[in-house]
Design a protein around this ligand. Structure first.
Ligand SMILES: [Cu+2]
Length: 158
């Protein structure tokens, strides 16, 4: 008899303690705003290579170059580009499957060439190259169609 009551009391005490803990815990939970502010800051990625949409420098422009394959052949249009530093060249897929590659072999000794693009496969897909190269002439190509003449020249002005 005593034992039974004691057990019941222990259970009741445990239940109360659990309830008290829940209330205390609830009371300590900070408002969601505080909790967000306390979240650790995600470190900004290191200077990323040219990838994704780029923004021209103030006063500079976006130059669109189409990548095309049709009955006239595979080509960049235009294929002779004049740009200034700070411009963005927006290679835009029109027809076919192409890439953009400033091949080191075509630009011997040049440092800081843009990374080759992935294959562009969806019409309207773009690959932006921000012009950071010094004044000079540079050559690019579409790797699968270079032998068919899909090549271009970039002339950078100051
Ligand atoms: Cu091509």
């Amino acid at each position: 008899m005593f034992q039974s009551i004691a057990v019941k009391n222990v259970r009741a005490a445990a239940a109360l303690a659990a309830l008290a803990a829940t209330v205390a815990c609830g009371g300590k939970t900070p408002p969601s705003g505080e909790s967000t502010a306390a979240a650790p800051t995600v470190a900004a990625p290191a200077a990323a290579p040219a990838a994704g949409p780029q923004t021209p420098d103030p006063g500079r422009r976006v130059i669109t170059v189409q990548l095309i394959a049709d009955d006239k052949g595979s080509r960049f249009e235009p294929n002779d580009i004049e740009a200034h530093r700070g411009d963005v060249i927006r290679f835009t897929l029109s027809l076919g499957v192409h890439n953009v590659d400033f091949l080191p072999d075509s630009n011997p000794g040049v440092k800081g060439l843009p990374a080759p693009s992935d294959m562009l496969q969806l019409a309207g897909q773009t690959y932006d190259v921000k012009v950071t190269l010094p004044k000079g002439h540079y050559y690019f190509q579409c790797d699968p169609h270079a032998a068919l003449g899909m090549r271009g020249r970039l002339e950078v002005e100051d």
